[in-house]
Design a protein around this ligand. Sequence first.
Ligand SMILES: Nc1ncnc2c1ncn2[C@@H]1O[C@H](COP(=O)(O)OP(=O)(O)OP(=O)(O)O)[C@@H](O)[C@H]1O
Ligand SMILES: [Mg+2]
Length: 267
Amino acid sequence: MSLLEVSGISKSFSTGRDFLGRRSGWTHAVQDVSFTLDTGECLAVVGESGAGKSTVGRIVLRLIEPDSGHITFDGNDVRAAGSAQLRAMRRRMQMIFQDPHGSLDPRMSVFDAVAEPLIVHTDLDRTARADKVGQLLDKVGIGRRYLTRYPGELSGGQLQRVAIARSLTLEPKLIVCDEPVAALDVSVRSQVLNLLCDLQEELGLAYLFVCHDLALIEVIADRVLVMAGGKVVESGTVESIYRDPQQEYTRKLMAAIPVPIPRGARR
Ligand SMILES: Nc1ncnc2c1ncn2[C@@H]1O[C@H](COP(=O)(O)OP(=O)(O)OP(=O)(O)O)[C@@H](O)[C@H]1O
Ligand SMILES: [Mg+2]
């Protein structure tokens, strides 16, 4: 059994209403998408804007209810989970967003942002919490002198590191990364990507890695799911997709790669 098993999920959003206020149109954001993800594995979800990538990630975490389909995480039925079960499950699956400015509260210090999940979900005392926060910040390469700083005082790359530390507090098994480096300066993208790679190895994390840039995923992903118009149009190992893309759409995505980062250039 895989850590995450997604089968046949679909989701439509109503778009627009007619003059009587009735729903008049539907966007089929995700249509019959299935995949599995093993412990310690990284599955990249790639595709053009509007392909349905983020919606898939949000459905997995049950931030959005799908119209149909099944999801099991660690053997538990995600869609059938009651609130207590969902709360327990959410400790084990976390999300990192594209924009760290948006995902961190500007009024919370770095320390508080990372400590908050520990306060909410654990009964660690103050000293143990401070220890844990310090360790996590070391892990993501943020010096302890930043503990008392606020998001407004940090760079995008530093903020994303803090967001990553926060996502690790409850020792998740799965992290849904929604374009985690897209908003960062090109110069720090590969640093943050390498950090995610290292953490994955060290902690045995599984990533569902949403990304529109095929060049980035070669470094991090094991397998790829190519989405277009809400559907999976191609899937396979990174090597096979790179070597021999089957779909015209995938070839176009590949052609859009400006400068591929070769695997050996990780360090
Ligand atoms: N809450 C919503 N209400 C209405 N339509 C939505 C909503 N969320 C997503 N959509 C639509 O569903 C489709 C898929 O959106 P989604 O955000 O999953 O795409 P994406 O692949 O993540 O795109 P991007 O690369 O731009 O982030 C789009 O057509 C989008 O407009
Ligand atoms: Mg998106």
